[in-house]
Ligand binder design. Structure first.
Ligand code: DC
Length: 226
């Protein structure tokens, strides 16, 4: 149940969930811009938490230590034009949170109940007028179960690995497609099989498979539904 002044539940939410590489990040950002709504990149929140774990030398197995750290940490998002900066303790870590090892640690600590509990409030505070596009794994199932529209974007692991490969290559990073594919599969298993808030479509979600669609085609499909 979402109540209280911090959660104006009359503000509409569009939840966009799905596995990494499904295109949900790009689609959510474009949709938020198109509608003039706020954007929550909840994956970035988990990535910032992972970075805070590294910075503060917290043992990733120490559940209560992780929960207190995630409750107290100083993380912020700052919108600069079309770009959003992610800040940890006031420093811009927008690039660092995108590193593969940070994503892997984010996925591991995201399976811990105390960490997820600490981030619930922080995520719901993004629900502000005129509306919110919420991008993640459990936006439609746990964080905003009353979202007006729930989209679950998916694609085969092969195509997601190829997209990620191209992204990293374009950034000049040296990457191995087979390794990326293995990591994506491992992350899928971890995100789907965890006990709390596993990655799965909400019962009332519209499922879009982007395996054979380019980003423009997905965006047009989503806009049609919206
Ligand atoms: O979307 P992403 O790759 O930036 O997310 C990084 C990890 O964070 C992902 O592997 C699982 C976790 N995550 C989550 O558990 N719940 C969310 N709502 C968003 C991300």
């Amino acid at each position: 149940m979402i109540t209280g002044p911090d959660y104006p539940h009359e503000v509409e939410v569009i939840a966009v969930d799905g596995p990494g590489g499904s295109g949900k990040g790009t689609i959510s950002q474009r949709l938020a811009e198109h509608l003039g709504w706020n954007l929550l990149d909840s994956g970035a929140l988990y990535r910032l938490t992972a970075l805070a774990v590294i910075k503060n030398n917290v043992d990733p197995k120490d559940e209560s230590g992780l929960q207190s750290m995630a409750t107290a940490m100083d993380i912020r998002f700052e919108v600069c034009g079309s770009h959003t900066r992610a800040l940890l303790d006031g420093s811009d870590v927008s690039d660092r949170i995108r590193l593969e090892e940070v994503g892997v640690l984010a996925s591991k600590i995201a399976a811990i109940a105390g960490v997820r509990a600490a981030l619930v409030e922080r995520q719901r505070r993004f629900r502000q007028p005129p509306g919110l596009v919420a991008d993640g794994r459990d936006m439609g199932t746990v964080i905003f179960p009353d979202a007006k529209l729930k989209i679950f974007l998916t694609a085969s692991a092969e195509i997601r690995a190829q997209r990620r490969y191209k992204q990293l290559k374009d950034k000049g990073e040296s990457v191995n497609l087979t390794r990326l594919f293995r990591e994506i599969k491992a992350r899928d298993v971890r995100d789907q099989s965890r006990r709390i808030a596993p990655l799965r479509p909400a019962e009332d979600a519209v499922i879009i498979d982007s395996t054979n669609l380019n980003i423009e085609e997905v965006f047009n499909k989503v806009c049609g539904i919206v």
